[in-house]
Write a protein that binds this ligand. Structure first.
Ligand SMILES: Cc1cc2nc3c(=O)[nH]c(=O)nc-3n(C[C@H](O)[C@H](O)[C@H](O)COP(=O)(O)OP(=O)(O)OC[C@H]3O[C@@H](n4cnc5c(N)ncnc54)[C@H](O)[C@@H]3O)c2cc1C
Length: 331
């Protein structure tokens, strides 16, 4: 099988398994490939990745370029750029999807510079509009007020995409694919990053939960101060919800950036989002619009959030919270 002009997906792993974002990108790549038809190539860099390569095939890849070396055991942007560039030169995909994780963004920018290829960042959709292999990428502009269509003329067409934009396919263990170990000869360079400390995923559990939780409570400037925010946070904990905040709470230094929900924070898609004291600015809305059900509590009946929330409660959040808790506990 000749590997040329395929649809490439840069795959990331956590504890030896594909991240949910990588599975989502494989799902979109598979959908585009089936429409043409074309092949999907996963690109995996790291160490001990055989199981992840099989997983990539089960989720839709036809082949996986495996870049394995002890030096790649943890992410180093400079080395990974060289390694992934080598795989791209061998298998010449026409497009490369990259997850907009912190490492993915770093890699995407570096690959763009290294290959002199255009990169479209933070896309919310991608499609073929013509007959050739040119993809149209869609992304928000002007802080989400407009959506723009972008095409790149260079190859591979590089694009980064955040979590929960696309849907992964169900795992199909019966799918067959090829795994190509890529020789890393010629991939040189001293690690640009020296790891001094390591925070296990377990310690970041609260942050991760925000990405994947079915129930999320969001706190906005209506909490008044840091103490108010802590009250909302402990309410979230008591009802078994993950906790997120609007940008002003991060700007005030009350919450870390990892908790921010919105266009410049996390885009989340829980089954239920309870917004407490959040006005519903477009930049926040873009982070929660995929939620199944939005319940907003705001003391102003004119708050913009009531225009898109499924349920709205006009009242002081500190009065409403205990009532909501009683109701939730009753069920
Ligand atoms: C480039 C850019 C990027 C941005 N990115 C993001 C982003 O990613 N995420 C984000 O959230 N914002 C973002 N913003 C900021 C955004 O524009 C809004 O300023 C922000 O979302 C407002 O946060 P808020 O709703 O908490 O505060 P406010 O707009 O001040 O709203 C507070 C609300 O609380 C209500 N309230 C007050 N007291 C109570 C009470 N006791 N009980 C109930 N309700 C009460 C008020 O009626 C009001 O509606 C961005 C802005 C820019 C320019």
């Amino acid at each position: 099988m000749e590997w040329k002009n395929n649809i490439g997906v840069y795959l990331e792993t956590s504890d030896g398994r594909l991240t949910s974002l990588s599975v989502e990108l494989l799902g979109k790549a598979r959908q585009l490939a089936d429409a043409r038809p074309n092949q999907v190539l996963g690109i995996l860099a790291g160490d001990n990745l055989e199981a992840a390569a099989q997983e990539a095939i089960a989720y839709g890849a036809d082949g996986v370029a495996l870049l394995q070396a002890p030096a790649l055991a943890s992410f180093d942007a400079a080395l990974y750029t060289e390694a992934v560039a080598k795989a791209l030169s061998l298998y010449t995909p026409s497009v490369l999807f990259i997850g907009a994780s912190p490492n993915g963004r770093d890699l995407g920018g570096r690959l763009s510079a290294r290959l002199d290829a255009g990169l479209v960042a933070d896309c919310t959709d991608v499609r073929y509009e013509g007959e050739d292999d040119t993809l149209t990428w869609i992304r928000p502009a002007y802080t989400g007020k407009l959506f723009v269509k972008i095409q790149t003329t260079t190859r591979p067409q590089l694009g980064t995409v955040s979590d929960k934009i696309f849907h992964g396919n169900p795992k199909d263990e019966s799918r067959q694919g090829e795994i190509f170990p890529v020789s890393l000869e010629g991939v040189t360079g001293d690690a640009a990053v020296k790891m001094l400390d390591f925070t296990s995923l377990e310690q970041l559990k609260d942050v991760l939960a925000l990405d994947t939780a079915d129930l999320v409570v969001g706190a906005g400037r209506g909490v008044q101060n840091e103490e108010g925010m802590r009250e909302v946070q402990s309410f979230a904990k008591r009802i078994g919800a993950a906790f997120g905040v609007s940008k002003p709470l991060v700007d005030a230094g009350w919450a870390p950036y990892e908790w921010q929900v919105g266009v410049t924070g996390k885009k989340i898609a829980p089954k239920i989002y309870i917004a407490l004291g959040i006005s519903g600015a477009i930049q926040h809305k873009l982070g929660i619009q995929e939620a199944g059900l939005i319940i907003a509590v705001n003391k102003s009946p004119d708050a913009p959030i009531f225009q898109f929330a499924h349920y709205g409660i006009v009242g002081d959040l500190f009065d409403v919270m205990p009532e909501l808790e009683k109701l939730l506990k009753k069920d």
